[in-house]
Design a protein around this ligand. Structure first.
Ligand code: BG6
Length: 477
């Protein structure tokens, strides 16, 4: 029987605007995500706004916003982040459930506008810090180590309106002030920090705070985020040398669709530009050689100062965190697609591929020689309640297969992976669709796609199985 190493961290992962709610409580300011409606597969979520002529409009969450339009809340519209699954009022009960699972870690994000309501204040909001103090102290009492995401695809809305979000260098200073405030306040209780979530796939007003969404804008934003992350890491090391910093990347595998060399090359370059590029800069402290060709093809010109380059070199990450849900295939003609005749897919067309996770762990360690953590992995499904119970054997199968893949990467291949936080232990709102019915949890939350329900937490069959797995360090796999 091969089990996971003793120090391996097991737990769950969430993001504030998908579970926290309390959007107008405790001095929290509006967040860019507060303007995002619910959607569905094939029906993109929208940002509601007021057009320059005063009329009402909307734009797809990853699309450009009309020039001079202003994101606006409308009373007749449902915005999932406002209540979400109400962790704000259920945090104690939710942490009890994490503890019952045998979790030794919990990865969650802090809501930026709960700490600085506009992102531009000098002083942090005491009620915001107090909320997370309670959460972190309760986690510690339950022997659960927090892993904090400083920024999960979001900005205080005022910062987006005033500066145009990450396109403006002033956002770097605002982020530094926010992140270092958190680090000074929590460093004695929090060792692991993630500067950003899925930095390699961010797009749209909610994530970047920009109206425009062209490649020039995107890579300007990304450059500013690289500098902001490195600047924070550099300064945080002066505060506490014990702290460990990572950034989180979406690393779903990308295979060539077949052995045609054109497709193999397309898969290689797609993977490099969509995933490695970001980790290359942040783990190695400099832009990779292929950046020049990438920017030339996209028509991107960046203002990279000598001071930026020095900061990037000084603030490299200590470990890599990544999400892995699925794999995809690439052809030279079509680019990245979901289709793979060898794999089953979820109802949201995500191919299920546990071996791809072992491949990914090996590939990342080969490339960076840094410790790794699987910070998101899980199965989004429609769960049926039968006589108050949820029989989700499909989720047990998915999690077991992926945990076996990690165990093999560690014990057979020798990859130093130090933890696993499944997404998301307690059902929450889907990021891509805003739906509630795309459920990941081992705990069901009684809430529907319009936010109605008792919010009661109900354990699914997978709960007992995951608890047995975590408590035995995978002896049951
Ligand atoms: C990751 C995000 O992309 O995937 C999470 O970091 C997100 O915020 C998760 O929820 C699953 O995606 P979705 O769209 O099914 O919620």
């Amino acid at each position: 029987m091969t089990t996971f190493p003793k120090a391996f961290l097991f737990g769950g992962a969430t993001a504030d605007f998908q579970c926290e709610g309390g959007f107008d409580e405790g001095g929290r300011g509006l967040l860019t995500h507060d303007f995002v409606t619910a959607g569905a597969y094939g029906q993109p979520r929208q940002i509601t706004l007021t057009l320059p002529d005063g009329t009402r409009g909307s734009a797809g969450v990853r699309d450009a916003l009309p020039a001079d339009s202003v994101p606006t809340l409308f009373a007749d519209t449902y915005y999932p982040s406002h209540q979400a699954t109400d962790f704000y009022h259920h945090w104690r009960e939710d942490i009890d459930l994490l503890a019952e699972l045998g979790s030794t870690t919990y990865r969650f994000s802090i809501c930026w506008s709960r700490i600085f309501s506009t992102g531009m204040e000098k002083e942090a909001n005491p009620a915001g810090l107090a909320f997370y103090d309670q959460v972190i102290d309760y986690l510690s009492a339950k022997h659960i180590q927090p892993i904090i995401t400083i920024c999960h695809d979001e900005l205080p809305n005022a910062l987006a309106l005033k500066y145009g979000g990450w396109a403006d260098r002033r956002t770097i200073a605002a982020y530094e002030h926010y992140a270092l405030t958190l680090i000074r306040h929590f460093h004695d209780r929090v060792k692991y920090w993630l500067t950003f979530n899925e930095i390699n796939i961010l797009g749209g007003y909610a994530a970047l705070g920009t109206h425009a969404q062209d490649p020039q804008t995107r890579y300007e934003c990304v450059h500013h985020m690289f500098v902001a992350s490195a600047a924070v890491i550099r300064q945080a090391r002066l505060i506490d040398r014990e702290l460990q910093f990572g950034t989180m990347y979406m690393m779903s595998e990308m295979y060539p669709a077949d052995s045609d060399p054109k497709n193999v090359w397309a898969a290689y370059t797609t993977r490099r530009e969509a995933c490695y590029f970001f980790a290359d800069v942040m783990a190695r402290g400099q832009y990779p050689h292929y950046a020049r060709d990438l920017f030339k093809r996209l028509g991107v010109t960046l203002d990279v100062t000598p001071a930026d380059l020095a900061t990037l070199r000084a603030g490299t990450i200590d470990f890599l965190a990544f999400s892995y849900y699925r794999s995809g295939t690439v052809t030279a003609d079509e680019g990245l697609v979901n289709e793979n005749p060898h794999l089953q897919t979820t109802p949201w067309h995500w191919p299920i591929d546990p071996l791809g996770l072992r491949y990914c762990l090996n590939e990342l360690y080969d490339r960076y020689q840094k410790p790794l953590i699987v910070i998101e992995n899980g199965l989004g499904m429609i769960d049926q309640r039968v006589d108050g119970q949820i029989h989700d054997q499909y989720r047990i199968d998915y999690l077991a297969d992926h945990l076996r893949a990690i165990r093999d990467a560690i014990t057979v291949d020798g990859v130093p992976c130090f933890g696993y936080t499944m997404w998301a232990p307690i059902d929450l709102v889907s990021l891509s669709t805003g739906e509630m019915k795309k459920r990941y949890g081992v705990v069901y939350v009684d809430m529907d796609d319009t936010g109605r329900g008792s919010l009661q937490r109900i354990k699914k069959d997978s709960f007992a199985w995951l608890a047995a797995t975590y408590r035995s360090r995978g002896a049951n796999l």
